[in-house]
Design a protein around this ligand. Sequence first.
Ligand code: SAM
Length: 427
Amino acid sequence: MDSIFSPPLHRQRHQFVIDFVKRNKPKKVVDLGCSECSLLQKLKFHREIELLVGVDIDGANIKKKMHGLAPMSTDYLQPSYDQLRIELYQGSVTQEDARLRGFDLVTSIELIEHLTLADVKRFSEVVFGYMTPVAVIVSTPNSEFNPLFPRPAGFRHSDHKFEWTRAEFKSWALKVCLEYGYEVEFTGVGQAPPGQQERVGFCSQIGVFHWLGGRQECNMLFGDDAEDVFSYTLLYSINYPSLHDNNILQRVLVSEVLYWAEKMKRNWIEERTGERDDTYTLCPAEGEGEECLRASERHMEMEDKQTAACGAEMKNPGEHQESELFWTNGEGQQESCKLRRCVSVPLAVLWSCCPKLSALSGSLSNLRHVLMDNPEVKLSQDGSAVLLNDQEQDLEEEEEDHDDLEDSGYAVCSHGAEPEEDWEKNV
Ligand code: SAM
């Protein structure tokens, strides 16, 4: 049946829901009779939705593709500000479950015709009377369209218990509105051929219900005295990575800080090649971008200030070989380590040069606060700068160590080289 429509009818139904979501921006959405979660798959990209739930009586159907709802690796690599939780339940729409109350949108796409008329009554009580969402979209076949199909008379699917005319659907919908305080608009998808639309209507008829009370009033319905019923079985739940999660925010901030600090350090050292000092200090400059990478000569001249900015205590100022570095560990205790040379990148420079950092942290003091608790970042004693090891020096030292080994007469293995066997000897 889908093939006579372009796009296919099931896609048109889902697109109808997506267009509604784009216009109305519901935060909590539940799809009843979600089957293999194909509508949920599309809705998960609409990040105004914070809670997306699917319910179906057939748990095996849900399980077939539910893992396709998991976040993608890009969601972890670049977490967004949006929050999204997905839950899938096995349960019947004829039963109440307190976890489904207070939603902004309930969708029931080609579901009610699979219920007996007694169950449709129960569906109305549960959805409109108990769950009381702000909006409900119900789609069901329009039997008046059926004669246009080149196929024998009968229902469109063997499991259908009924297929309503437009008048029958309207009669049920208006009764629901009267009973539970909703209003309804009728529409549909799957256009009839030109000239026949008015006579037969849409292939799938759709009722869009809106609760007549406001959202606030709706929430007030769920008082503490209401007894919570949990009749559904949770099959799957997942929280999408979000910058609202403090751990994730911290991880992203730290990696941004380290990335930018390292980048600035490298640019600056390149510029300063030949003018090596024991402690390099990158200072806030008037301008942005390249300007920020320029060290102020004033700082370079004032060794005391450099030392303070670096949080380093020179053990032997004459040789400038070793300095002691302090930072605060996760428990707020001060720790120290020996640094030969370090580069100090003021947080203020990082904050003003990297828009993402300022957007994520909100303020310089927030940023400092986050970094102070993180063992991956070494801050100066006053917390005003990030301290980085001078890696060029480390490399030089590694090379020296390497030379030492060679001199000592020990064999030196190159990385990745397999030890060579003497095959001829073995043979
Ligand atoms: N909504 C799906 C879509 O748009 O792709 C298709 C729905 S499929 C035609 C009907 C679904 O309703 C089936 O997956 C079936 O298991 C489910 N169903 C039938 N009776 C149900 C009940 N009492 N409660 C919940 N789901 C039910």
